[in-house]
Design a protein around this ligand. Structure first.
Ligand SMILES: [Cu+2]
Length: 183
């Protein structure tokens, strides 16, 4: 049943607009794709909700922690993160080189790309705060989306971003589900 809901959502998207796509691997949120993109604009929008439910003690993005979610972005595309903090705990979002994902502390200078962090990343934002973060995925490689509030990434509040010179379109996998290919 979960699979049917998911497939239906993808089919609807594919029929709605050639050249655009969406992926929603979490069956509990079929109404809200975590990533959507526009191929002609080379733009991917990633919905990143910090503290989304109780997974990993609330230390998660979109309910995923410890690298359970991976967004693949073609090299050179723009990434627009629609960030929201759903929790009373302060959280932030920042893209860092993967090797830095288990640091206890971060500062804004560690952002892997110019602009790839929410404001005051080490302080975090309040419950309900929303912020749009945009950057260009200008170097291929493996990166991590971390919460830069001290201790949170170490507690598992990180997921993955792959910038790929081979990928033709974005894809997002999470929680063991994987989607990709041409929408
Ligand atoms: Cu956090």
């Amino acid at each position: 049943m979960k699979r049917a809901v998911f497939a239906g959502a993808l089919t609807a998207v594919a029929m709605a607009s050639v050249g655009c796509g969406a992926t929603s691997p979490s069956p509990s949120r079929p109404q809200a794709p975590l990533a959507t993109w526009n191929a002609s604009q080379h733009l991917v929008k990633w919905v990143v909700v910090a503290g989304d439910g109780g997974a990993n003690g609330g230390m998660n993005f979109d309910g995923y922690a410890n690298g359970e979610m991976t967004l693949v972005v073609p090299l050179g595309w723009r990434v627009e993160i629609a960030f929201r903090n759903a929790s009373f705990t302060p959280h932030s979002a920042m893209v860092v080189p993967f090797a830095d994902h288990e640091r206890p502390n971060f500062d804004a200078s560690l952002a892997a790309f110019p602009g790839a962090a929410t404001a005051n990343p080490s302080q975090g934002s309040s419950k309900g705060d929303e912020e749009t973060v945009t950057f260009t995925a200008s170097r291929a490689g493996t990166y991590a989306l971390v919460c830069a509030v001290p201790g949170h990434a170490l507690a598992g509040m990180w997921d993955k971003l792959e910038v790929s010179a081979q990928a033709k379109s974005p894809s997002l996998s999470a929680g063991g589900s994987s989607t990709g290919g041409s929408p």
